[in-house]
Design a protein around this ligand. Sequence first.
Ligand code: SF4
Length: 326
Amino acid sequence: MTVGVAGRGRNRYLRAMSEADPVSVPMPAPRQRKPDWIRVKAPVSAGYMETKRLMRSLNLATVCEEAACPNIGECWTRKHATVMILGDTCTRACAFCNVKTGMPRALDPLEPEHVATAAAELGLSHIVVTSVDRDDLPDGGAGQFVKVIEALRRNAPATTIEILTPDFRNKAESAVEKIIEARPDVYNHNLETVPRLYPTIRPGARYYASLRLLESVKRHDPSIFTKSGVMVGLGEQRLEVHQVMDDMRSADVDFLTMGQYLQPTPRHATVEEFVTPQAFAAYAAIARAKGFLLVAASPLTRSSYHAGDDFEKMRTAREARLAAAR
Ligand code: SF4
């Protein structure tokens, strides 16, 4: 039977039916109210509009838009956008991610030059380049990362480069090695959550494969900074998060980012908990004690949030640590 009831009327109808027969009528989940510390300003500034215009004119996708990032107003006002290469369609379907899933289009051969043009026109001192997963490509899209790094070095030589890559699961190790040989300044790959939640939150990935990827970057080239992030609020336990920190340190990860998971649409995984700013501060203190060069942990931290400033801090922290060891 189809019931033609929409919106609030539909909810009232379902509530009445549910009271009449609580077993057979499912109630829609109540909308989760975000705590005050999550609220952000709407993006309206001239800088925001300028960043948007440039991205559209160069036909570039951004994870800022695709992931419905809450920081877009602040970041784009500062002309800091995270470019998403390899198209806008992902071959995976992670339960936390808003990027569309499907069969992606062919690679855009102009994409590397367009990314470099965006970096030059925005006057970026640091750029973050990420991508969708491309399990359909023999190298998982590693070659396009290399071309983007090369184009940036040619056209924006003063810009430092941070890449945030997929896991390249089931691809030849040489694919990742080519990216390492192109020498990005920062290699980021997010573990995203604790291993227990992988089957539901990140079903196409494997925790230890992601960890091995981070470890292999450092093994091949210790001068490249490595970085990884987790979202909290997905139902993880505190001690599980501490274990992830230990695992990252055993892979010699330099920089940990931690932020609150936010549900992009009702189809995605629900928020199990809004972690307080105080709890983030406690996580950060533990992480620092475990030896990370840098830790960024707050409700609105995302892996690319303030990435340029954090890169400078990481460089300074490494120099200080090397000086202390001499
Ligand atoms: S935090 Fe990262 S993804 Fe979010 S708007 Fe800023 S640059 Fe984009």
